[in-house]
Structures are given as structure tokens and as C-alpha cells.
Design a protein. Structure first.
Length: 651
């Protein structure tokens, strides 16, 4: 998570003799908590939120919505559009019948014997009204059928894009932030079909009314459009104000979300209390919340003013329309029957115009959030796993040759020209101080990341040419931060991929790691849910979870076993059990072990020592602890505890 601005001028911290020179230190601005990444503000969208650009966007939004719906359920889309067309046509037919009905009724007022002449027209009016009501019910039902399916499709595409992106995508600034924005797009996608069909329905109503008005007196429709323009402009400007306020507060809202999680999550709830940190975090939360509130209040006031001006202008335009109708009727240019029809047509057209403005405004707002979804899907697709198709066998020899690696947006390499080998049946331990590049090396070995330069090969084949999923099926990894899945104990070991032996294989893997002792304490054994916070399951201790994590790696029976600090939470007895069984696991596996406990490296065939991204030593445990170098220095530091004994306890 990047942080916000700091001073561009580096401070002079030391004098020429290497001593700190506080007097000459240039003050440096304190970095503040904020999410910052290229393109994160999306302020360039302000140029798109105008009447002209929105008029161009609406057709594409509707087309995109129905295209997504078409992929979900073609038959329903066809029926939905057919209902809209018939509904619009029946509305226009009803308006045309209105003139005939009025004429017959006016004539009947003078001669009641002509009442029967009004029956056909009135029947058409009643029939079209009933048909439109039925079609409205059908349209609503079809929209409700499509909406959740569209949302699921959008969510599936987002998740599919994320899970099929390279692991390095998560190291790009803003990737996770844009994923959150895409989730908002998924949430509103269920509204898109309803808004689109309402917009189409309003357009059909308007077209039908326009045809009728043009047949009565052509001037009426342009006047009605003129009256609706201010409302449309006000609606678009209001949405622009609201969306830009949302964008402007996005970073603060993300900070609030992160702080809220840290305040209430169980993992650090004890430290929030013992460190009396809650008031300080709440202060940061309140500061972000106040900035969000201030921006939202300003936007609300601006939108209210715009809406008020639009409503006033619309009122004047509407008065002009009705004044024109009265003038035409008074001058005899239209008949009383035509004037009555014009009243209904104007009301229908006004409803259609209001629908175009209202539903169009909603559609534009929803479309902006859907743009966030589409941008993320396209971005993730741009980082999609695009490697080879070769399916590897169980690896016998894994090599790194002159491998250099740099994380996205980093200014320097994490690994520098690294050469490394591990063979089937061999245990290679990797040690080094924090930040030396050990975990990065593990990610390259297991194919999670690809080398910036140099080659990583399995049995002579570059991992970039391998099918990544097939490669990972031959890889078992116990990372430092292993997953605690809210599933049963069995599923936490098998990961939904049982072996032919079934539970026998699960129990055998559990014995390897000591997790069998954990299973005996569970109320339902392998069937016990390990998720107390979610479904009332059982909560394990960190050490118990680590045994489960090692068991799942053993159960996987893959050709490469990578263990990154696999016993950091274990007691000495449990740790001894794992390492005494590690040699058996290495029988037909290539094993790479990362550990800070140097005594554990004595079981390795070879120990590799890393320092600042370089491999600086390689040899057996006994060779390296008796050889001048970093391994010997670290070993002596781990054995030297005299300085920490009580004075009277020295020998």
C-alpha cells in the first residue's frame, strides 16, 4: 500500500565523518496514510460527464448491457425486446384511437343515438391499456430473471480475470484497489438491465407520442423537447457532481475501510487493547470520515442548486407548451377532439421524456461503475497467465541460471544473477538475514513469479514454457503466511483434491507433521469445521494450524516441496517431529527449506546462504559453520547467549 507525498529534498543525515548531523537536517514531511496509484483518481472521467458525451455513451451502455444479457440468456432477451416493441406500438395505437373516441363522444353529446360509434375506439383504448399492463408485468418478470444472472456473470468474469492473472499483478500499485472498485461495478450490474429496459420503454413511449403529436400539429413536439432539455442537462450535471465527489473521497473511504478492519479484526484485537491504540486509530478514522463528509456535503449543495435551476427552466418550458395548446385550440387550428388527444399525447411524451432523463441518468451513473469493472477485467486480462502449454513430469532437477528479479514499480533488483540447483531426493536449506531475497527465490522456484532476466528451468525446460497449472500440481508450498481455510479439517489438508487412498492418505500426511495429535482433539475428527468465527467451528492455535499446513503439503505428493519457515510457531517436540520425517518426504521430492533456525539446516544435503539478493555461500552445514563467512557469523550469534545471562550465572 503506497503512501502519500513526502519531501522531494533528501535530508542530510550524516556529516563527512559519518556522524549524524541533526543541525543540518532538512525537515522531511511526515508520510500520511493514503492510497496512491497511477490513474487511481479517475478524474479524467470529468471530461466525459457532459451532455454531449453522455448522449453518445447511452447507446453504447445499453448495447453493452443487452450484449451481456444476450450471453447469459438469449431467449429471455428476445422476448423482453419483443414485449417492449409491442408495448410501444400499442401505446401509439391507443393515442390514435383517442382522437376517434373523443370525436364520437363529442358527437354523442349532441345526438345520443350515435353512442355506438364510440364503442370501437373505446374498445381499442381499453384493449391497448390492458395489453400494455400485461406486457409491463412480463417485462418486469423478465428483467428480474435476467438481473441476478447478469450480476453473477459479471462477478464470475471479475474473479476469473483475477485468479488467472500473474501473481506479479498483485504487486502492481492499485491492483487491489481497482478490484474493490470493480466489485462496486458487479454490485450495480444487476440494475443495468432494469435501467436499460426502462430507458428503452421510455423511448418507445416517447416515439409513439411523437408520431401522434406530429400528426396533430408538428410544432408541439419540438416545444416539448425544448421544455425537457433543462431537466436533462441538470440531471447529467448532477450526476457529474455526485460521481466526482465519489472519486474524490475514494482514497479516504479506502483508508476508513482498512482502519475499520484493523480496529475490529481478531488477529490484532489484543494489541489494540494492550497497546491502547484504539483512540489513535479512531482519530485517524474520524479525520478521513470528516473529509468524506465535507466533500459529500459540498457536492450535495452544488447538486441541489443545479437541480433547482433545471426544475425552474423545465417549469417555464412546460408552461410554454400548454400555452401553445390553448392558443391552437382558441384559434381553431386544432379541433376539440384533437386537443384532447394532444393532452394525452403530451402527458405520454412528458412521461417518456422524464423517463429518458431519469433512467438515462441512472444508467449513466451505473455505467460509470460498470466502467470500473470493465477496466479491472481488461487490466487483469492484460496480465493473464500467458505461458507455455508443456505439461511437466515430476521434476528431477530444478535450476536457476543468472536469475535477476525486480518487483513491479521497484527501483532496484531483489535478486541479482542467482545460480541455484536442487535435485530430486535432495534437501537444500536456504538461510539469510531478513530481506536477503529468500522468499522471492521460493516464488521463482515454484513458478509464482517469472524471472526478470535469466532462466528458471525444470529438467532443462524454461518454466515460462510450462503450463502453469500443470506445474503447480507438481508443487507443494508451505509459505510463511499459510491460509487458514474456513472448511473442515479434511478439506484443509486435501484442499478439495483427495487422493485415491482417501482418508488413509490424509491421516498419513497428518502423522508426518504431527497434525494427527490435533485431529484427536477435534470433536468430529476430520469432519470438524475449522472456522469458529464463521460457522461455529473450532479455532486452532497458530502452532496447530502450522501442523495442518505442513500436512497439506505432504498430502499433495508433488515433486517440488518448498517450505518457508515451516516450524516458526511450533514447540520443540513438534518441530523435531517434522524435521525427523523430512528425509523420508525427500525420497522422490526436491525439497527446499527456508529457516532462521540454523540448527535445522543440519539435515540438509546443502546449505545456501543469501545476502542482499546474492548467494554468497554454499556447502554442507558443517563446512559452513567452520568456514569464515555469514553462516558462521549467524551461527555464533545464535549460540552466544552469555551476554543475556544474569551476572551470577556466568561460568
Amino acid at each position: 500500500m503506497p503512501v502519500s507525498d513526502t519531501s522531494d529534498t533528501p535530508s542530510k543525515l550524516h556529516d563527512e565523518n559519518g556522524e549524524r548531523d541533526d543541525a543540518s537536517t532538512t525537515p522531511v514531511a511526515e508520510e500520511t496514510l493514503a492510497f496512491d496509484h497511477p490513474g487511481g483518481d479517475s478524474l479524467e472521467l470529468a471530461d466525459l460527464l457532459t451532455g454531449r458525451s453522455m448522449a453518445r455513451r447511452l447507446p453504447s451502455l445499453i448495447r453493452r448491457t443487452f450484449s451481456l444479457a444476450w450471453q447469459v440468456d438469449r431467449r429471455t432477451v428476445v422476448v423482453l425486446l419483443a414485449c417492449q416493441v409491442v408495448s410501444g406500438g400499442s401505446g401509439a395505437l391507443g393515442l390514435f384511437a383517442t382522437t376517434q373516441a373523443f370525436s364520437a363522444l363529442i358527437a354523442t353529446a349532441q345526438d345520443t343515438s350515435r353512442l355506438s360509434e364510440a364503442v370501437p375506439a373505446v374498445s381499442v383504448l381499453a384493449g391497448t391499456a390492458g395489453l400494455r399492463a400485461l406486457l409491463g408485468i412480463a417485462v418486469q418478470a423478465l428483467s428480474n430473471r435476467l438481473s441476478p444472472r447478469i450480476s453473477r456473470e459479471a462477478e464470475f468474469r471479475m474473479l476469473e480475470a483475477a485468479t488467472n492473472a500473474e501473481q506479479a499483478a498483485y504487486d502492481h500499485p492499485g491492483f487491489n484497489d481497482r478490484f474493490d472498485a470493480a466489485e462496486r461495478g458487479v454490485d450495480v450490474s444487476r440494475d443495468m438491465i432494469g435501467q436499460s429496459q426502462n430507458y428503452v420503454s421510455s423511448l418507445a413511449t416517447l416515439v409513439g407520442a411523437a408520431v401522434v403529436l406530429a400528426s396533430l400539429y408538428p410544432l408541439l413536439f419540438p416545444l416539448l423537447v425544448l421544455a425537457a432539455v433543462p431537466q436533462a442537462v441538470a440531471g447529467i450535471r448532477g450526476e457529474r457532481i455526485t460521481y466526482l465527489a465519489t472519486v474524490a473521497t475514494h482514497k479516504d473511504r479506502r483508508v476508513m475501510y482498512m482502519l475499520r478492519w484493523h480496529l475490529i479484526a481478531k488477529d490484532q484485537s489484543d494489541q489494540v487493547r494492550t497497546d491502547t491504540l484504539a483512540p489513535y486509530l479512531l482519530k485517524k478514522y474520524r479525520a478521513s470520515a470528516e473529509r468524506v463528509e465535507a466533500t459529500s456535503n459540498t457536492a450535495t449543495w452544488k447538486r441541489a442548486k443545479v437541480t433547482l435551476v433545471g426544475a425552474a427552466a423545465t417549469g417555464l418550458g412546460t408552461a410554454l407548451v400548454w400555452g401553445t395548446v390553448l392558443l391552437l385550440l382558441g384559434s381553431g387550428r386544432i379541433s376539440a377532439a384533437a386537443a384532447g388527444t394532444a393532452v394525452f399525447a403530451l402527458r405520454s411524451a412528458a412521461t417518456g421524456l422524464q423517463g429518458l432523463v431519469g433512467y438515462g441518468r441512472d444508467l449513466l451513473r451505473t455505467g460509470l461503475y460498470l466502467d470500473d469493472w470493465e477496466r479491472f477485467v481488461n487490466e487483469a486480462a492484460g496480465q493473464r497467465l500467458d505461458r507455455g502449454t508443456l505439461v511437466p513430469r515430476r521434476p528431477k532437477h530444478i535450476t536457476l541460471r543468472q536469475v535477476t528479479f525486480r518487483y513491479p514499480e521497484a527501483t532496484q533488483d531483489t535478486l541479482h544473477a542467482v545460480d541455484f540447483d536442487v535435485r530430486q531426493g535432495e534437501i537444500v536449506a536456504v538461510i539469510g538475514e531478513n530481506g536477503s531475497g529468500k522468499s522471492t527465490l521460493m516464488k521463482l522456484l515454484s513458478g509464482l513469479n517469472l524471472a526478470t532476466s535469466g532462466t528458471v528451468s525444470w529438467d532443462g525446460v524454461n518454466v515460462a514454457d510450462l503450463d502453469p497449472h500443470a506445474m503447480w500440481r507438481e508443487t507443494s508450498v508451505v509459505p510463511q503466511d499459510f491460509a487458514r481455510w474456513p472448511m473442515t479439517a479434511r478439506e484443509n489438508i486435501t484442499l478439495g483434491q483427495p487422493r485415491p487412498e482417501g482418508d488413509r492418505a490424509v491421516l498419513r500426511a497428518a502423522e508426518t507433521s504431527g497434525a494427527d495429535d490435533v485431529l484427536t482433539t477435534l470433536r468430529s475428527g476430520l469432519n470438524t469445521l475449522l472456522a469458529r468465527e464463521w460457522w461455529g467451528g473450532v479455532a486452532l492455535s497458530p502452532g496447530q494450524w502450522q501442523r495442518v499446513a505442513v500436512a497439506r503439503a505432504a498430502h499433495r505428493d508433488a515433486g517440488l516441496l518448498v517450505m518457508d519457515e515451516p516450524t516458526s510457531d511450533l514447540d520443540p517436540r513438534a518441530e523435531h517431529r517434522i524435521f525427523t520425517g523430512l528425509r523420508a518426504l525427500a525420497g522422490d521430492r526436491a525439497v527446499v527449506l527456508v529457516t532462521h533456525n540454523l540448527a535445522n539446516t543440519s539435515i540438509a544435503d546443502r546449505v545456501v546462504v543469501m545476502d542482499q539478493g546474492h548467494i554468497v555461500q554454499s556447502g554442507t552445514f558443517h563446512e559452513l559453520i567452520n568456514q569464515t563467512g555469514l553462516m558462521q557469523d549467524l551461527w555464533r550469534l545464535q549460540q552466544d547467549r552469555d551476554a543475556y545471562r544474569p551476572e551470577g550465572g556466568r561460568t
